[in-house]
Design a protein around this ligand. Structure first.
Ligand SMILES: NC(=O)c1ccc[n+]([C@@H]2O[C@H](COP(=O)([O-])OP(=O)(O)OC[C@H]3O[C@@H](n4cnc5c(N)ncnc54)[C@H](OP(=O)(O)O)[C@@H]3O)[C@@H](O)[C@H]2O)c1
Length: 366
């Protein structure tokens, strides 16, 4: 909790996980910082939760061009408006925010407060507990956007490469909810149960090359989160005339020696998705739909674990070791005791657990 108060009773300092320089998780340090002052066009958000993302690991490692340290990382958060220059965002409004250079050009979600551009805020109406809401924005907006780009429909055969990533599991959950047959890859057989729980019909082992799919005609659609040169064999794997969407770069950004005419079979489609295209007002309606589906139990939030702010460095280590299967969520106020886990064991949080805690939603922060 913030420790300083000014004479008006407003908190003046906050805790944040600051990446002090590019490198390992040890460069994420818990520091006390001033609560940012609101300025024109920006809102102060009391962060109630933040999903952790692979891209934050990459930024921490120094791979995000233009990022200067020290920086509070975090490309997404959920919370409540503490003060805003936008009259349509009154104090207490529940909001989510993703991307827009958050956690890169300006401080992001690994903190008790974040000063964010008004245009980035997506108001959300929900009674979901914070750890569940925090698991959704970046991951589900990306998964939904990539599936829309693919054009899946009931009866499609979807292969997800990088299936145990939080994006992959969200895509499996959404596709499963829409009557799509889903196959998804992992390099660790021990994560098969997590994939099955997310709605994957066929768990495939990724041994480094193109996976063997259960369909003689091949998948009709491939969501490729592995990226890099894996994309070339995704284009070969997909049924001719099918679609490959590249939305991840787990193995790298570039396709070496890419020759479209040689590498894309005639009639097969290659597309991509970037979540910056669903930040702010562009994503608000999509997020609202996702939230309704999670509330209704149609979509599973696929949370691997919930940690407190103090555990962010350990959580980065855990993700970097590829031990997670699904979303790692940070709550600045600390994980509810029923969910708190050490970095040695994976705990999957079911929708039922989340529903039980709905009544405990932090109404007092509104
Ligand atoms: N397009 C967009 O706007 C957008 C938005 C969000 C994320 N992304 C991208 O989507 C990808 C997933 O992000 P995330 O945050 O969901 O990841 P994440 O939850 O951290 O997923 C990590 C999992 O990916 C698998 N993995 C790691 N390295 C791999 C490799 N070289 N080859 C194959 N699998 C590998 C591992 O699973 P196993 O050990 O089970 O194999 C690991 O547990 C990232 O590349 C991220 O940059 C893109």
């Amino acid at each position: 909790m913030p420790v300083g108060d000014d004479s008006s009773g407003m908190t003046t300092t906050m805790r944040a996980a600051v990446c002090v320089r590019a490198g390992g998780p040890e460069f994420l340090e818990i520091r006390e910082l001033p609560v940012p002052a609101v300025r024109e066009g920006w809102s102060l958000v009391r962060v109630m939760g933040a999903g952790l993302n692979r891209s934050e690991l990459r930024t921490r490692q120094g791979h995000s061009p233009g990022v200067r340290f020290p920086r509070v990382l975090g490309i997404e958060c959920v919370g409540v408006v503490a003060a805003s220059t936008d009259p349509s965002l009154p104090q207490g409004t529940t909001v989510a925010a993703v991307m827009g250079e958050m956690g890169r050009q300006f401080d992001g979600g690994y903190a008790e407060y974040a000063l964010l551009p008004d245009a980035l805020l997506m108001p959300v109406t929900t009674t979901l507990p914070w750890e569940v809401l925090a698991a959704l924005p970046e991951t589900y907006l990306t998964a939904q956007g990539a599936l829309d780009a693919l054009g899946i429909r009931p009866g499609s055969r979807l292969l997800i490469r990088g299936g145990t990533s939080s994006g992959g599991m969200a895509a499996a959950t959404i596709a499963h909810g829409h009557g799509v047959e889903v196959a998804a890859t992992t390099r660790r057989p021990g994560k098969a149960d997590a994939l099955a729980s997310a709605g994957v019909d066929h768990v495939l082992f990724d041994a480094g090359g193109p996976p063997r799919t259960p369909w003689s005609a091949g998948p009709s659609h491939v969501l490729d989160l592995v990226g890099g040169s894996a994309v070339v064999d995704s284009l070969r794997l997909v049924h001719r005339g099918g679609t490959v969407c590249v939305a991840g770069s787990l193995s790298g950004w570039l396709i070496r020696a890419f020759e479209p005419i040689a590498m894309i079979p005639s009639g097969t489609r290659l597309t991509a998705f970037h979540s910056d295209d669903t930040s702010g007002s562009a994503g608000a309606a999509v997020l609202e739909r996702v939230v309704r589906n999670v509330e209704a139990g149609v979509y599973r939030p696929n949370i691997d674990r919930v940690v407190g702010l103090d555990d962010v460095a350990a959580a980065h280590r855990y993700m970097e070791d590829n031990r997670a299967a699904g979303k790692v969520v940070m709550l600045p106020d600390g994980a509810p005791s029923a969910l708190r886990t050490g970095p040695s064991a994976t705990q999957h949080v079911g929708h039922e657990d989340a529903q039980r805690r709905q009544q405990n939603r932090h109404q007092d922060h509104r």
